[in-house]
Structures are given as C-alpha cells and as structure tokens.
Design a binder for this molecule. Structure first.
Ligand SMILES: C[S@@+](CC[C@H](N)C(=O)[O-])C[C@H]1O[C@@H](n2cnc3c(N)ncnc32)[C@H](O)[C@@H]1O
Length: 216
C-alpha cells in the first residue's frame, strides 16, 4: 500500500541518529531510499554511483569484500543482484541506528556470507589482520567524508588490508573539493603498485577513485 501511495506523493519516516542527525527513510515512486538532510545515503543515486564504479572492477576472483560504511546496504544489493556475487562480505558501520535500519527497513540479514560489525572504520582498519580482495570505502557523515579518511595513515592501513591482487573503490567526495588529499592518496597507491583511475562527476556529483593492484 505504502509503495503504491508513494507514486502519488513521497512518504517519509524520520529517525534520529547521534552521528548523522535526522535520517529519512523515504518511499518515492515505489522505491525506498535512506537520506540525511543533505545527502542520499543508500539506494537512489548513491547506489547508481557505486554500481558505475563496480562495473570498472574485475570481480571474478573476489572471494572477500570489505565495505566501510554499510548505510542501508544498497551496495550489497547491487553486488548480489547485479553482479551475482556469492562470496563473503564484511561490512563496517559506526552507527547502531543505521545497522538497525538496514536490517528492519532494507531486509539485510547477517548470514554465513555477510558479517556486520558496529565499529569505527578507522579503528577497524588499523587493527585488521585479514586480507580482502576488494575494499569499498563509502564513509560519509551527511554529505562529507570525515577528514581522518583522507590522511596517509588510513591509506597505509587500507593497502595493508588489500590482497596482493586486490582492488579499492573509494567514494571520495560529493564534489572535487578534496582534490589536494586525493593527489596524496593516489601517490601512495601508485607507490604500492596500484593502477588508479579517478572518475569525476559520476551521476553528476561524486568523485570515485578506483585502484587495482598490478599483478606482479
Ligand atoms: C553513504 S552511507 C554508506 C552507504 C552504503 N555503502 C550503501 O551502499 O548503502 C555512509 C555511511 O558511512 C557511515 N560512517 C561514517 N563514518 C563512519 C566511521 N567512522 N566508521 C564507520 N562508518 C561510518 C555512516 O554512518 C553511513 O552509514
């Protein structure tokens, strides 16, 4: 019923989060999205942007994917439905309210292939000893990537967590304002045998950075 009504007018439920302010779960034209005041967190344009990035990455040998920033889990939906990905995913999310929304509103459930960890991605990646074939970095508070995710320490830990032939997909910003930080990140990745591609204005807005470790 809500789905049908949403073709006539959008229907929104609001939930407070101590990290992201007021979260909006909105039905619009038969689809449910997760938004903040100034950004689309899950499904909608965010899902299209990450799908565009994933199309540029070879997922055929991926056995373990790490997602930093679970949100409502739309990239998991894309991996499973559009790319028929059937292997392991570990998702890190700082906000317990968002994890609850992902489970209750977007039907995400933990199972043998999906592990959800409530943690700060910065601390998780600093302490992590496991290797992942693809790391998706999609960390926003409202429409900004927190500054700590642009610093070299974080990127050293990311490259340490990436398998020898691994890839990285970084949803780097909603515009190109953080260009100076991206230059340093690209330089660190290239020194560590990654080939990088910067895609600007994906879906008219976001900058994506894709890095693939060159086969040795
Ligand atoms: C754009 S949403 C992620 C969307 C998700 N990848 C998807 O496909 O639906 C950004 C997420 O990053 C999370 N986040 C922000 N800072 C974080 C941090 N320090 N550690 C872990 N998660 C964080 C936010 O709570 C939010 O859920």
């Amino acid at each position: 019923m809500i789905r049908l009504l949403s073709y006539i007018y959008p229907i929104t439920k609001k939930v407070e989060s101590k990290y992201s302010g007021t979260l909006e779960i909105t039905w619009h034209n038969g689809k449910k999205h997760l938004n903040t005041k100034n950004a689309n967190y899950s499904y909608g344009s965010l899902q299209k942007i990450l799908k565009f990035g994933l199309q540029k990455i070879d997922l055929s040998n991926c056995k373990d994917i790490l997602i930093l920033g679970l949100g409502g889990g739309s990239v998991i939906d894309t991996l499973v439905k559009d790319f028929e990905y059937e292997n392991h995913i570990t998702a890190i999310e700082i906000d317990p309210v968002i994890i609850e929304i992902a489970k209750e509103e977007f039907n995400l459930s933990e199972n043998k292939n999906l592990k959800i960890i409530c943690a700060d991605a910065y601390d998780f990646i600093n302490q992590n000893k496991d290797l992942f074939d693809l790391v998706i970095v999609d960390l926003f508070i409202d429409n900004l990537v927190p500054h700590k995710f642009y610093v070299p320490f974080f990127w050293e830990d990311i490259t340490n967590s990436n398998s020898i032939n691994g890839s990285i997909l970084f949803n780097a910003s909603l515009n190109n304002a953080n260009y100076k930080y991206l230059i340093n990140i690209v330089s660190h990745l290239e020194k560590n045998n990654y080939q990088t591609q910067k895609l600007e204005k994906v879906n008219g807005t976001n900058t994506l950075l894709i890095a693939e470790r060159s086969r040795l």
